[in-house]
Design a protein around this ligand. Sequence first.
Ligand code: BES
Ligand code: MN
Ligand code: ZN
Length: 510
Amino acid sequence: MTALTLSTAAAPGLRADAIVVGVAKGAKSPVVAPGAEAVDQAYDGKLAGILETLGATGTEGELTKVPAPAGFKAPLVVAVGLGEKPAKNAAHDTEALRKAAGVAARTLGGAKKAAFALPVADAAAVSAIAEGVLLGAYSFDRYKENGNGKGAKAGNGKAPLAEAALLGAKPRDKEHKAALTRATAVSEELNRARDLINTPPNDLNPESFAAIAQAAGKEHGIKVQVLDEKALAKGGYGGILGVGVGSAAGPRLVKLSYSHAKAKKHLAFVGKGITYDSGGISLKPAGHNETMKCDMSGAAAVFAAVVAAARLGLEVNVTGWLALAENMPSGSATRPGDVLHMYSGKTVEVLNTDAEGRLVLADALWAASQEKPDAIVDVATLTGAMVLALGSRTFGIMANDDAFRGTIHTLAEEVGEPAWPMPLPDHLRKGMDSPTADIANMGERMGGGLVAGLFLKEFIGDGITWAHLDIAGPAFNEGGPFGYTPKGGTGTAVRTLVRLAEQTADGAQG
Ligand code: BES
Ligand code: MN
Ligand code: ZN
């Protein structure tokens, strides 16, 4: 990953491949953003005019390259759009900074060192720029010819930016340093979640995912318990087993327990971890299964969030549950019509084996409930219906508590993860009535994302606050990269979960 430093160096003498500056949309013309004063002076105050001549407007996502002014050690100035110029005395929006830093870092793939002279009003800006750089520079090249894990042939054919200096941030400032440390831990773990999502399903299966979790647990002082198929059968986890039974790679339930001696609150995060979703006997048609390695994105997000919480030493207990299985058709696979005996004691008639996520989650949610945490949040690439409803960049939030749903929504927006509240209308429950079992795993087609949410709700212990994030849209980016989001696995929901853990820790300290 890109090495980040806070630097007070002056731009002209900096030895770097490029200096990144911000440009905002002014009333009529683009304006150079604070932080780049020294650069602008070296152009005799004409940088905004030069950029305008080159067609720059300051729009978000825009990138303009200019030869550096005479006397500069760095050869190139890269101007990135920050969107509307903020009102007088107001700071630039942190998400605009994160995106701009991400665009620049991605474009500078192949470079050794870049200096970022973006507006640093406070520690929140340091954090946003650092995250933008670390997340934007991400590449997944392990499977490319000569790929050496160091980005030899990354997405753009170049190694990720090796080094970034954040100018204007203060290396001695406690808050700035803390912001950098936090951004590094969160971004590294988020990038690891992306790696897991991008790893092909012949290499990432429930067993190998569990082994990775065990290794990370050892490294970061997290207790890790793994239930394999034998233990799952003994424990009565009929949902996880029913989904995994068709695959040669058996299912696992992984429990990651991070605890802090001073913790007053306990959060449980539950992730859908279908390492490949073929649909099972209700097989998906070609055109719908090529990206289904991403169906473990929820488990990857939960894993990353628990490790990040541990690395940050948050004063809160966080338990992560990874419900891992591969959904395959075979002679041993669950059939449409089969009835599963779930861990909660309920029975489920499987009408469609492609509605498998809710089955593995049901067991994990019930297991999480047994510890009576203060809240449970599950994360899942659960339904195509949610993608139809909210598109490919926004996840849906459902909950059994309006205030908690609102809290998650606020935190998600704060960290730059687009999300939107969705309802759980009671009337949709009867569509899942089964003549044979307590409930069927499918209901009305209309509102399919909400139906899935209502199914999960049946497996939450009494009185426990719960929210469900359906990340089927934003988990995997099938389009081109944008902002700090690469093609492929995005790591969505990691930052919302970490923020929730932080807020829960802070709130408990009062
Ligand atoms: N993993 C899919 C949902 C999905 C779709 C994730 C698109 C990412 C992108 C899930 O297991 C699934 O197949 N859901 C079915 C449920 C239906 C059979 C009730 C769906 O949404 O079609
Ligand atoms: Mn499915
Ligand atoms: Zn699935």
